[in-house]
Design a protein around this ligand. Sequence first.
Ligand code: AMP
Length: 434
Amino acid sequence: MSFSTLGLSEPIINAVTELGYTSLTPIQAEAIPLALKGKNLIAAAQTGSGKTATFVLPILEMLSRGVTQRKKRARALILTPTRELAVQVCHSIEAYGKHLSLKSIAIYGGVDYAPQKQQLLDGVDIVVATPGRLRDLYTQRAIHFDEIEFLVLDEADRMLDMGFIEDITKIIDTLPDNRQNLLFSATLSRQVRELAKETFLNAIQLSFTKENVDKPDIDQWLITVDKDKKSALLSHLINEHQWQQALIFIETKHGAGKLVSQLGKRGIEAEAIHSGRTQAIREQLLADFKAGKIKYLISTGVSARGIDIEVLPLVINYDLPFPADEYVHRIGRTGRAGASGQAISLVSRDDFKNLCMIERRLGHLITRKEIEGFKASKEVPISVLNFEPKHKPARASSEDKHTSTISKSQLPSRDQRPSKNAGSKKLPPNPWNV
Ligand code: AMP
């Protein structure tokens, strides 16, 4: 199905054509016509599904038909969990709206208020914002919401994970009732549903997650290794495979810095991106990575949210995240919009509990490999796909929390563990280590 079937105006069709988009992604084909009819939508969709265009194109279409904005007012409000994602969405708005004269602004914390206030004073059509800074600006009367016609909650689950619920509900309370609402979330968790129930009346619910989770073009595998051998293994893999570029996820900012120096000692240049670095540096690192000037970027989960690179062949999980959806987000960084990619996880015994939850979420075990010279001395057991931990591990959203460790008593006992053929129908071929 092509963009011309949607009834979008010529300037928008031309912009997407110039970007090389030839056909609609599944979420675009289903959700854009509904959004153009003014429906409220709640969509389970991951990064990489084409969700940004799904909400941006209808908003551009509808705003371009109306009048331009008054001072300190906007007509569309898009809330995102991180500044990187806010900037990314703003770039998409500029790209899709390049033949229109609509103005947009990205608003986020950690930078001066003054330029943001000035831009709002000049008048904008679309505000893309992180909830905390937006609420600050509202309190300072730098923005009024009385003319908002569209509200988008992008990566709603992530915003709730990051503790933005109060900011979000306070902002929503001040919006005009007569508006269209669009919510996008990797998962429709209980919290997300509750938020939607209160504010998204008569919303149509759509789900596109299955396709993403089981994306056939992402080759996923894991290597079992002792925790203290991970950096040596990573260096070995980089040298052995001569990988041109990789995004490497790690849980803590401390760990990210340490890994940069460990790789450096082995002659591999890498950079770390995390919340401890200034906004200007983070933006520069992202730009350099996108331009191919940085080959290996080590990122905490939060920082990686806004990374959108057309062809990223390789994602490495240096450790495994919690919750399991975070893993799905991470691997969604590769194999985007039809390209193929690899997602490799380095898994030590400490990661076992997170591994169980990830494999349970995927509904199958991830193919295992063992690399000669790096055989794990602490065995990583085979996941029990229906394993429910008594105590949930720390969330990945906090960069300062270290990956949880598990004691022997928390592991499933030998007879709880499946045999080599357990869950056989669901198991992928696993020629290496299990
Ligand atoms: P998103 O899920 O919005 O983060 O989009 C993921 C990537 O897919 C971005 O790089 C978009 O530029 C790209 N994209 C979105 N829609 C299409 C499409 N219909 N055809 C090709 N690429 C697309």
